[in-house]
Ligand binder design. Structure first.
Ligand code: PRP
Length: 204
């Protein structure tokens, strides 16, 4: 039996994804131990898991270091990796939103300053609105940008809405619904076809 190499997104989403894979018949006892290892395998179940940064999952899969992986729709739309999208796992559901300070009023005569981790998604959204924007690419804690006057709005992920609320921001527009997708490397999908299809049917 061929081993399937699986890139899991480290963090909250990854824990849920592993639980789904375990339930589907792909457990890996060593991954459940408290340690700092990043690679785990269960040869009997035919799987090798590795924890990677959520935004890197698609890179591992696109280049074939992982046969399959789980990435948010946000990452797939932002980076457009050359991979197959096999299934919507329905996990990690959230929204890509525009948010602003409660007292912010847009002035269409001025360029809108947009802080985000997702410059491509933000650019595409505003180009469909023919709105001129200035993108400020940040890597985290996006909510701070409008508070400090670095930007007018943010384009970011909203899950519970707690981060916005606690930083006196409010959602203004929904751009897209997001959820976790099972993705596959194109060559692996051909050469490990039966194993990957079986896994996909069980986890979905
Ligand atoms: C994400 C997102 C928001 C927050 C939304 O941040 O960028 O900040 O979660 O969740 P909520 O609506 O449930 O409050 P993440 O935890 O990934 O951290 P970072 O972007 O600041 O690195």
């Amino acid at each position: 039996m061929e081993i399937i190499n699986i890139a899991l997104p480290k963090g909250r989403l990854g824990e849920k994804v592993y639980a789904r894979f375990k339930k589907a018949g792909y457990p890996c006892p060593s991954i459940e131990e408290e340690n700092r290892k990043l690679i785990f395998e269960n040869l009997t179940a035919g799987v090798r898991y590795f924890w990677v940064k959520p935004s890197d999952v698609a890179i591992y899969v696109e280049r074939g270091a992982a046969d399959i992986g789980v990435a948010g729709r946000d990452i797939l739309l932002e980076y457009s990796p050359d991979v197959y999208e096999l299934a919507d796992l329905g996990l990690g559901k959230c929204l890509m939103c525009v948010a602003a300070k409660k007292d912010f009023r847009d002035n269409l005569d001025r360029t809108l300053r947009v802080a985000t981790k997702f410059p491509h998604i933000a650019s595409r959204h505003y180009s469909t609105l023919s709105r001129e924007i200035d993108i400020i690419k940040l890597n985290g804690s996006i909510e701070i940008a409008p508070i400090l006057g670095l930007s007018d709005v943010i384009v970011d992920i909203v899950e519970t809405g707690k981060t916005l609320l606690e930083n006196d921001l409010e959602p203004r527009e929904t751009i897209l619904p997001i959820s976790a997708r099972l993705i596959a490397n194109k060559v692996s999908y051909k050469f490990k076809h039966d194993e990957i299809v079986r896994l996909c049917e069980k986890v979905r």
